[in-house]
Design a protein around this ligand. Structure first.
Ligand code: ACO
Length: 327
């Protein structure tokens, strides 16, 4: 049992930040950023994450021809929620008036949308009628703008899909390597507790003394993980689905670095022309990358009904996931 995407939606903020703007406060250049990542610009939001999530949700509902009241569940994926609690999904549920929907968040970092799709499928199989997955990230609130090796990579945005149950085949493959947790992380600011001596979380084995509340990344280790994990996820998901990767109509990968995408695609002997890429203009918006790219390709007519897609992501955890299904 699989899923049918009834509608897609996305939101990207108005403010466009060109590479050149980073040269005012860190030692970098447009040339370096483009050469090492493929990113030319990103968009940053001056409001709350939930505003972006709600806007993407409303657009997905509109494209599905449904009302917020038709939803049974809202599943948000995020690493950059406005609040530690309540969940982003609860805030969005209230904001869009989806009174009949349960709401909760799922954190699988940049692979969140793929994990979310599979979780949604299980809830649909269990009897829910319509589930919305929203992946929304305000990475600007956890980016360390003094760290040139990470700050140039991230953007803000949100993407959403409305799903219902379907008899069409669906296959997914996931992996987790918790030993790589210290290669990509953001920890909470420390709190003073009057009753116990607060031990620094940074003293955990392997975790660097990074600025609390902001993302730390060992770029080269994550890069090595990504170029192996991406093709592995695609191959495993395709094998479970019963096709070869070259039978896919479209690959929709996580947009972390154009070189990672090119290396993965080349390992799969898959054409770049059938790989959806918007990294140059959108940068890395963590779990929102895939649903934003998906929505843009649906709206501009590249992705058509009946075509086979593979969505594939990787990220902090370290985790990876790929899913094959028909649009
Ligand atoms: N501008 C100029 N120079 C820079 C910059 C910058 N913005 N950033 C790093 N450099 C320098 C480094 O200091 C280094 O200098 P050195 O040789 O004097 O030490 C040099 O450039 C090369 O650095 P590398 O780290 O080797 O550069 P690389 O080609 O590996 O690119 C990058 C770095 C883009 C981070 C790459 O490793 C990468 O994309 N890694 C994976 C990132 C990723 O996929 N993250 C996914 C998850 S993100 C999330 O979860 C939200």
């Amino acid at each position: 049992m699989g899923i049918r995407i009834l509608g897609t939606g996305s939101f990207v903020p108005e403010r466009v930040v060109e590479n050149e703007e980073f040269t005012k406060f860190v030692d970098t250049s447009d040339e370096w950023i483009v050469k090492h990542s493929g990113i030319k610009r990103r968009r940053l939001h001056d409001g709350a994450n939930f505003e972006m999530a709600a806007a993407a949700a409303e657009r997905a509902l509109e494209s599905a021809g449904l009302s917020p009241l038709d939803l049974d569940l809202i599943l948000c994926t995020t690493v950059s929620s406005d609040y530690a609690t309540p969940s982003l999904a609860c805030v969005v549920q209230g904001k869009i008036g989806a009174k009949n929907a349960l709401a909760m968040d799922l954190n699988a970092a940049c692979a969140g949308f793929v994990f979310g799709l599979d979780a949604a499928r299980l809830y649909l199989r269990d009897g829910m009628r319509r589930v919305m997955v929203i992946s929304s990230e305000k990475l600007s609130q956890i980016t360390n703008y003094a760290d040139r090796s990470t700050c140039v990579l991230f953007g803000d945005g949100a993407g959403a899909v409305v799903l219902e149950d379907s008899d069409a085949p669906f296959a997914a493959a996931f992996g987790t390597d918790g030993a790589g947790a210290c290669t990509l992380f953001a920890r909470y600011p420390e709190n003073d507790v009057p009753f116990v001596e607060t031990r620094s979380v940074a003293s955990c084995d392997g975790f660097a003394e990074a600025k609390p509340g902001t993302l730390y990344m060992d770029g080269q280790k994550v890069y090595k993980f990504a170029v192996t994990a991406m093709p592995k996820a695609v191959r495993e998901a395709c094998a479970k689905y019963g096709i070869e990767p070259d039978e896919l109509d479209w690959l929709v990968p996580h947009q972390a670095n154009i070189r990672i995408i090119q290396t993965a695609v080349s390992a799969l002997k898959f054409p770049m022309e059938k790989t959806i890429c918007n990294i140059a203009d959108r940068a890395n918006t963590s779990s929102a990358c895939i649903p934003i790219a998906l929505d843009e390709a649906v709206r501009d007519g590249r992705i058509q009904r009946g075509q086979k897609l593979c969505v594939v992501g990787f990220g902090a955890g370290l985790v990876y996931g790929g899913a094959v299904f028909e649009y």
